[in-house]
Design a protein around this ligand. Structure first.
Ligand code: PGA
Length: 250
């Protein structure tokens, strides 16, 4: 499977000018890259940049979507709007969105809305605590089952799962996962998908790792840990660091 590296810019940078500069730098990196899919997910107001500064090697993504298709929903962004900006992927269920109250039920509505409009969800799952009794496994299982509820098997080819343990992501990260922790959860995620659908379907779904990914651990996760790709936050905001991550996958 071709490895995917997703740049999750989160709520950065703070101006169009900075966003254009970052996009230009990432474009240079992408132009030199072979055999890796590069997905850039800027905040909504910066999605237009890819239309202005076209780069065929970069696939665009958004960081959220409405549960609705359009109409009177102040502050919301519909799947059609995202599509018309040329984006293909949408991150849903990110830990930082869940921490603001997004439930599995809402995420499920977003996944279904995306699928209806032929957009590809990157569904984030992950526990807040790796307890010794293994309760995190049933927690992740519940997230996957609830968030994929009603998604037909035929649509699973458009779904990507990102395992992002909450203790490993963002500015408050305690540590990154180990490759053993990732390998265990990847097998488990495949088993859960296999239980819902079948094993063939489970093996078509890319399982990414996200959480404190940097150029030093990228190869460790993608090669030794068997991640199908990486979801990168902080180190996607610096093109040199991002290039280092992509180079580590070679
Ligand atoms: P991080 O963020 O790489 O800054 O830990 C990853 C994410 O939250 O998607």
């Amino acid at each position: 499977m071709t490895k995917i590296v997703v740049a999750n810019w989160k709520m950065n940078p703070q101006s169009v000018k900075e966003a254009e500069n970052l996009f230009k730098e990432v474009s240079k990196v992408a132009s030199k890259t072979k055999n890796t899919k590069i997905v850039v997910c800027p905040p909504f107001p910066f999605l237009f940049i890819s239309q202005k500064l076209k780069n065929k090697k970069i696939i665009m993504g958004a960081q959220n979507v409405s549960i609705d298709e359009g109409g009177s929903h102040t502050g919301e962004v519909s799947p059609d709007m995202i599509l018309s900006m040329g984006a293909h992927y949408v991150i849903v269920g990110h830990g930082e969105s869940r921490s603001r109250g997004e439930s599995n039920e809402i995420i499920n509505k977003k996944v279904l809305n995306l699928i209806k409009f032929k957009l590809s969800p990157i569904l984030c799952v992950g526990e807040s605590n790796r307890d010794k009794d293994g309760a995190y496994l049933s927690f992740v299982e519940e997230q996957i089952k609830a968030c994929l509820s009603g998604v037909p098997k035929s649509q699973m080819k458009n779904v990507t799962i990102a395992y992002e343990p909450l203790w490993a992501i963002g500015a408050g990260a305690q540590r990154e996962a180990t490759k053993e922790e990732f390998m265990e959860i990847k097998i488990f995620i495949r088993k859960v998908i296999s239980d819902i659908y079948d094993s063939k379907t489970a093996h078509t779904v890319p399982v990414l790792y996200g959480g404190s990914v940097n150029s030093l651990n990228a190869g460790y996760f993608a090669k030794e840990g068997g991640a199908d790709g990486l979801l990168v936050g902080r180190d996607s905001l610096n093109s040199k660091k991002f290039e280092g991550i992509i180079s580590a996958l070679k």
